[in-house]
Design a protein around this ligand. Structure first.
Ligand SMILES: Nc1ncnc2c1ncn2[C@@H]1O[C@H](COP(=O)(O)OP(=O)(O)O)[C@@H](O)[C@H]1O
Ligand SMILES: O=C(CO)[C@@H](O)[C@H](O)COP(=O)(O)O
Length: 523
C-alpha cells in the first residue's frame, strides 16, 4: 500500500502543503494565498498593518479558514490519496501568538465532521487578531524582560536572544499588562506552529524547543521555561503555555474529525510542529559549515552549530533535528514585500522585466547605495523609509529605475553578508537559498558575487513545508536513523549561481561603504 507524508507551512502570505511519497520525493503541492483567496479578512499579503505604524497582526480565524480550504483542495485532487498519509508535520511563521478562549479545549476535542473548522472555532479565540513577527509595538515590554532576565547580556545567555519586539514573551506581556481581561479569558497561548498542530490533533499541542526559542522565555541550555521570565510576562503563564517538548516528538494521532470528513487514516501520526526557519533547516538538510538564506516575506540567514555562541544581534535556537545541537539565525524584516514594492515602483510588471532592468547596471552599481525598509527594520535597527546615497556618500532623493533595481538587491545581499561577518561568518562556503525569491537566478547571482560563494537551490522552493515531510517520516517511521540519513533521499540540490571573481573587490569595497552608511543611519 502507498505511503505518503504531508508537510504544512502556515507562513505569512500563504498556507502551503507539500506531499511526498515514502522516498520523500514530492508528489503534490498546494497552497492557499490569504489575501487572494480569503479577501473577506481584509489583509494585504496576509497581514494587517495598524495605524500606529508599529502594530502588525493577522486574523487568527483566517488561518483556520485557510486550513479548511487547503484540505478541500487536497481532497479534490485525483493524485492525492489522503488515506495513504502516514504522518504529518509542519511549521508556522515564528513568534506569532494565538490566544485560545476559556472552554476552547472542549470545542477542539468535539469537532463535528459535518461542519468546517472555521464555523466551529469562530468563537474560540480571546483575541481576534494574532500579533505576528512583523510587530514592533513592544518597547516597554522588552525593557521589562531585559530587567527580569538580569540584564541584556544575561538574557542572551539564557534565551539565545536579547529582547526583541516580535518575540512572543514581550507580546504576551503586552496583553497581560495592557489588556488584562483578554489575558484572563485565555486558557492557552500557542505559537502559530503549535496552534496548527492543535487543529490537527484536536487538543492543545505543546510548543517545541526550536520555535519556543523565539519567545525570550525558554532557557535554551536547560530546554525548559525560565520561571523568572514567565512570571515577568504574566501570572500563571506556565499553565497557559504548557510544557515545552523536543521538536522530534509525536504530538498525537490525527483527530477523528479528519478521519471522518476527509478520509485520513485513524493511524496517521502528527509530529510536533516547529517554526518555519527551523523547519527550513530540516528541509534543506543543512550540513555543518553551510549557510542557508531564506528569501520569503522575511529574509533570514541561518546555520547549524554545536554550541550556542551568544550575540547581541542574532538569535540562537535549539536545533530542530539534533537533540543537543543549536542553530544560529539573523532575521531581516524587509524581504520580499520590499522587493515587490521596488519592482512595481520601477515600472516592472513581472520579475522578468525586473531582471532586464537589473542587467542594465554593473555589479557595484557605480557605488550608489540604497537602504529600503517598508517597516521598521530588525537588523539594522532603523526606522521605516528609503535612504539613498551617491558614490560620494551624499544623500539623494531618487535613483534612476535601473540604479534603484540593483540598489535594493545589493542592499539586501550586503546587509546579510556584513551582519553575518559581524557574527564571525567567513564568506566563501556553500550557500543554500530557499523561499519565493530563490526562483530568481539574477538575484542569486548578486548573492553569489557578494558572498563569493557558489549558490545552491532545491528543486522545491518551499523548504519549510518539505522539512515537515522529512521530520514526519523521521520521527514516525525511522527514528532509529539519524535525521540527515532519512532526509538525504529527499533533497535535490542544484547549483544555481557561481561567483564571478572579477566582482569580489567591488563588493569588498562596497561592504565597507555599506557599513559606514548603515552606522550613520542607526545614529
Ligand atoms: N521570480 C521571483 N523573483 C523574486 N521574488 C519572487 C519570485 N517569485 C516569487 N517571489 C517572491 O516570493 C514571495 C513569497 O515567498 P514565500 O517564501 O512563499 O513567502 P512566505 O513563506 O513568507 O509566505 C513573494 O512576496 C514574491 O515577491
Ligand atoms: O521573524 C522571523 C524569524 O525570526 C520570520 O522569519 C518569520 O518566521 C516569518 O517567516 P516568513 O513567513 O517570512 O518565512
Amino acid at each position: 500500500m502507498a505511503e505518503t507524508y504531508l508537510g504544512l507551512d502556515f507562513s505569512t502570505q500563504q498556507l502551503k502543503a507539500v506531499l511526498t511519497n515514502k522516498d520523500l520525493a514530492v508528489v503534490h503541492t498546494a497552497e492557499v494565498t490569504y489575501s487572494i483567496e480569503l479577501p473577506e479578512f481584509g489583509t494585504q499579503n496576509g497581514i494587517i498593518s495598524h495605524a500606529d505604524g508599529e502594530t502588525v497582526t493577522s486574523p487568527t480565524l483566517m488561518w483556520v479558514k485557510a486550513f479548511d480550504k487547503l484540505l478541500e483542495k487536497l481532497k479534490s485532487q485525483k493524485e492525492v490519496d489522503i488515506s495513504s498519509i502516514k504522518a504529518i508535520s509542519g511549521c508556522g511563521q515564528q513568534h506569532g501568538s494565538v490566544f485560545w478562549r476559556k472552554g476552547s479545549s472542549s470545542t477542539l476535542a468535539n469537532l463535528d465532521p459535518s461542519k468546517t473548522l472555521a464555523h466551529q472555532l469562530s468563537n474560540a479565540f480571546s483575541q481576534e487578531q494574532s500579533a505576528i513577527w512583523m510587530d514592533s509595538s513592544t518597547n516597554d515590554e522588552c525593557e521589562l524582560l531585559e530587567v527580569a532576565g538580569g540584564g541584556r547580556e544575561h538574557l542572551v545567555k539564557v534565551t539565545g536572544s536579547r529582547a526583541f519586539h516580535r518575540f512572543t514573551g514581550a507580546q504576551i506581556a503586552k496583553v497581560s499588562y495592557k489588556e488584562p481581561h483578554i489575558y484572563h479569558e485565555t486558557e492557552r497561548i500557542s505559537l502559530v506552529s503549535s496552534f496548527a498542530c492543535s487543529l490537527l490533533i484536536g487538543k492543545y499541542a505543546s510548543i517545541d524547543f526550536a520555535d519556543g526559542s523565539g519567545m525570550n522565555l525558554l532557557d535554551i541550555n536547560k530546554r525548559d521555561w525560565d520561571h523568572q521570565l514567565l512570571n515577568a510576562c504574566g501570572s500563571k503563564l506556565e499553565e497557559k503555555l504548557g510544557k515545552p517538548v523536543p521538536t522530534s516528538s509525536i504530538a498525537g494521532k490525527v483527530a477523528s474529525y479528519y478521519v471522518k470528513r476527509y478520509g485520513f487514516s485513524a493511524d496517521c501520526d502528527v509530529v510536533t510542529f516547529t517554526g518555519d526557519n527551523p523547519s527550513s533547516l530540516a528541509g534543506v538538510n543543512l550540513h555543518k559549515g553551510d549557510v542557508a538564506v531564506s528569501c520569503g516575506t522575511s529574509d533570514t540567514i541561518f546555520a547549524s552549530i554545536n554550541k550556542p555562541a551568544p550575540a547581541m544581534e542574532g538569535h540562537v535556537f535549539c536545533n530542530p533535528v539534533e537533540e543537543k545541537g543549536y542553530m544560529v539565525m539573523l532575521c531581516f524584516k524587509n524581504g520580499s514585500l520590499t522587493r515587490d514594492r521596488i519592482r512595481l515602483a520601477t515600472g516592472c510588471k513581472s520579475w522578468d522585466d525586473f531582471n532586464v532592468l537589473l542587467d542594465k547596471t554593473a555589479p557595484g552599481n557605480s557605488m550608489n547605495i540604497g537602504f529600503y525598509f517598508d517597516h521598521p527594520e530588525i537588523l539594522p535597527h532603523v526606522a521605516a523609509g528609503d535612504y539613498r546615497f551617491d558614490p560620494e556618500q551624499g544623500v539623494v532623493d531618487t535613483f534612476p529605475p535601473e540604479v534603484e533595481a540593483r540598489a535594493v538587491i545589493e542592499h539586501q545581499c550586503l546587509s546579510k553578508r556584513t551582519h553575518a561577518e559581524q557574527l564571525g561568518y567567513k564568506v566563501g562556503g556553500r550557500v543554500v537559498v530557499t523561499g519565493g525569491a530563490s526562483a530568481n537566478k539574477h538575484i542569486l547571482q548578486v548573492l553569489a558575487d557578494v558572498f563569493k560563494s557558489e549558490v545552491f537551490v532545491l528543486d522545491v522552493v518551499n523548504s519549510a513545508a518539505l522539512g515537515g515531510c522529512f521530520r514526519a517520516k523521521h520521527v514516525s517511521a525511522e527514528h532509529e536513523k539519524s535525521f540527515g540519513d532519512v532526509a538525504a533521499s529527499g533533497v535535490q540540490m542544484i547549483s544555481a549561481a557561481k561567483p564571478h571573481e572579477q566582482n569580489f573587490a567591488v563588493y569588498d569595497k562596497m561592504a565597507t561603504h555599506y557599513t559606514i552608511l548603515e552606522t550613520s543611519l542607526m545614529q
